[in-house]
Design a protein around this ligand. Structure first.
Ligand code: ZN
Ligand code: ZN
Length: 272
């Protein structure tokens, strides 16, 4: 059975649908568990796509309400935490705010005023040598994110390809330090199906990345990054096929920051 551990709520101001609707969708699809991982609040105003710190109790309550509606389906609580260089202390504080089931690390920000997946900043991608520079900066931040050791798994590993901008040639040298960091810290990585619906039209990460992760013994989870209830579990058949094609036969479950290794199903959806 599969799980979906990367879903959002309207508290991030760019998702629709109550958590209860996401949870019902997960139950209807036959997922074993669903987890909410909305964007982490910051200690003070930061951007326009995350909950305020004052809204955190509402988040916890909202997830608890969803849990009641779909019981006994396990509904986990988490945050998708932005790695920002120099603000690592806040990540450690965040880990203590709530009894999280797991925490996700993400790199969206190249600098504090530039989220690389934000279409409002698309013009920053053009110019000679720019794509290589952005990729180098992105992957170096991703490695630092992993090396904080704060996270149970890290999200959308090659998010930098979202708009289709990629250096030419072999991309594996960008991946290598991150794979070593994942393996060295025991951090898992996700297959995130949302990329199929972005300009790049591919899941995150690319098959080469996933193959290298598998060879290095990095664990994998399959997630949708749903921002609407109907996106829960989206394209999981393709994600499972990708995972199995590079040799994965197991995935992880999380509860109160403990992990359990479970087998991946052979096919999805499961036959009735
Ligand atoms: Zn993200
Ligand atoms: Zn997300």
């Amino acid at each position: 059975m599969l799980t979906d551990y990367h879903t959002h709520t309207p508290l991030c101001r760019h998702a629709q649908g109550a958590p209860e609707q996401y949870a019902r969708r997960a139950r209807d699809l036959g997922l074993a568990e669903v987890g909410f991982a909305d964007h982490n609040p910051m200690p003070s105003a930061f951007d326009d796509w995350r909950m305020d710190l004052s809204e955190l109790p509402r988040y916890v309550d909202w997830v608890a309400e969803a849990r009641e509606v779909v019981a006994p389906l396990p509904v986990r609580i988490s945050l998708e935490c932005d790695f920002l260089e120099g603000r690592e202390g806040w990540l450690h504080e965040t880990a203590e705010l709530v009894e999280w089931d797991y925490l996700i690390g993400s790199v969206h920000y190249l600098t504090e005023d530039w989220a690389l997946d934000d279409p409002r900043h698309l013009s920053r991608w053009t110019g000679q040598g720019t794509v290589e520079e952005i990729w180098a900066r992105y992957w170096s931040l991703y490695e630092k994110c992993v090396r904080t050791g704060c996270f149970d798994f890290c999200a959308h590993p090659d998010l930098a390809k979202k708009f289709g901008f990629r250096p030419a040639g072999d991309l594996r040298p960008y991946y290598e330090p991150v794979i070593s960091a994942l393996a060295g810290t025991g951090t898992a990585v996700e297959i995130n199906t949302a990329g199929l619906h972005k300009e790049v039209r591919e899941m995150y990460p690319a098959p080469d990345f996933l193959r290298m992760a598998r060879e290095a013994g990095v664990a994998v989870v399959i997630n949708s990054d749903a921002h609407a209830p109907e996106e829960v579990g989206r394209d999981f058949a393709a994600a499972l096929e990708l995972a199995r094609s590079v040799g994965y036969r197991e995935t992880l479950r999380f509860c109160k920051r403990r992990r359990e290794v479970v087998p991946l199903p052979e096919t999805w959806p499961l036959p009735l």
